[in-house]
Write a protein that binds this ligand. Structure first.
Ligand code: HEM
Length: 350
């Protein structure tokens, strides 16, 4: 079902080289290397994921075929590749690492036995193919000295792409709406893989939705707090926990739910997100220095760190295999720290 984009290898190579060059420039400026994307973390949170034991056959696939509980670690972030004030609009990231899963590994070189799901708080990626993603890099690079302008320009371009996709009779990406809505408390947001993955015998997109008290959280008062999102998340976990449902949306029609363009919204009326696991985070200190260094400098999350049964699909996912390896290698090298794939939460030390 995967169809390569014309000149995909060349486009992908260019994307990775450009991103690596920006990452190296940022590292030189800060005397410290950050991620090529999602550089700013807000919190590193540990918890537990329980795979439901009553799943119907079509949902009991891959790592969800075996009911049980796993340790998890999550890194909450903002999307840009540099650290900006939370006053600047930005998509938010929720990277979830499920520790100790069974199955043939996608990237044995990464080590460990974990499954990562990387999610953002919109259901689609407006720049949903490698060709469109390269166009977006042009905008970001032209506006590198002015991050607020860059975000606005990307948003405007996303509108352009949305209108093109609309003309093609497809549903436009949700990124534009998302950018308008970005002072939401991120613990109350719903997060999506945006692009498709294999789901055992099926194909799916994954999503994480808040339940209970966190589902009620709404806006964050940004004021002039550079780190308003971190302040809000750290404050929440000082006294309260959070629960989420991990959900799978199965592809039921490859024409209306394609894997090659992550800008196309899979209609929830056609195929709803269905709960496969519950994630629980107890109250804890999520912003201390040891956590931040462990999460930011040592850990890496990667959509290709997982099992074959959840192989990422589509050109955006294929370029990510190169991009995440490059970003992680460069930042670990420049910071002279070892990349650690944890075998348990006890390994999460700075
Ligand atoms: C399908 C849509 C995408 C989603 C949902 C997504 C999500 C994320 C998230 C949540 C993170 C933060 C991971 C962490 O906390 O360590 C991240 C990091 C990153 N993303 Fe993406 N991303 C997407 C597409 C892309 C694309 C198309 C590229 C590049 C071609 C890219 C490049 C990166 C890089 C380089 C990192 C940092 C990796 C590291 O240094 O460990 N992402 N992404």
């Amino acid at each position: 079902m995967e169809v390569p984009v014309e000149n995909e290898a060349e486009i992908s190579q260019r994307i990775v080289e450009r991103m690596a060059a920006t990452q190296a420039e940022n590292a030189d400026r800060h005397r410290h290397a950050h991620r090529d994307a999602h550089a700013k973390s807000h919190a590193i949170i540990t918890g537990q994921l329980t795979v439901h034991d009553d799943l119907p056959h079509e949902l009991a696939q891959g790592i969800f075929a075996t009911p049980g509980t796993h340790e998890v670690v999550a890194r909450l972030s903002s999307a840009p590749g540099d650290i900006h004030s939370d006053e600047i609009p930005a998509p938010r990231g929720f990277a979830l690492k499920i520790i100790g899963v069974e199955g043939e590994r996608l990237s044995p070189d990464l080590g460990g036995a974990n499954q990562d799901f990387l999610m953002v708080n919109f259901p689609t990626l407006a720049f949903g193919t490698v060709t469109k993603y390269e166009d977006m890099l042009d905008i970001l690079e032209k506006n590198a000295s002015n991050p607020a302008a860059a975000q606005k320009a990307v948003s405007a371009a996303a509108r352009g792409i949305a209108s093109i996709t609309e003309k093609l009779g497809r549903t436009p990406g949700a990124t534009v709406q998302g950018l308008a809505n970005d002072y939401s408390h991120m613990l109350g947001e719903t997060f999506y893989t945006q692009a498709a993955i294999r789901y055992g015998d099926h194909v799916a997109k994954m999503s994480l939705a808040p339940t209970g008290e966190v589902a009620e959280l709404t806006g964050v008062d940004v004021g002039d707090d550079f780190d308003a999102m971190r302040t809000a998340v750290v404050r929440h976990f000082m006294t309260k926990g959070a629960t989420y449902e991990l959900r799978a949306q199965l592809c039921t029609d490859l024409k209306t739910m394609p894997v090659e363009d992550a800008a196309v919204l899979w209609d929830e009326d056609e195929s709803p997100f269905r709960v496969v696991a519950t994630v629980r985070f107890d109250p804890q200190d999520v912003g201390g220095p040891a956590r931040r260094v462990a999460g930011d400098d040592h850990l890496a999350f990667n959509p290709w760190n997982g099992v074959e049964a959840h192989r990422p699909l589509g050109s955006i996912m294929r370029v990510r295999k190169l991009a995440y390896e490059s970003s992680s290698r460069q930042r670990h090298d420049l910071n002279a720290v070892a990349r650690r794939e944890p075998d348990s939460l006890a390994d999460l030390t700075a």
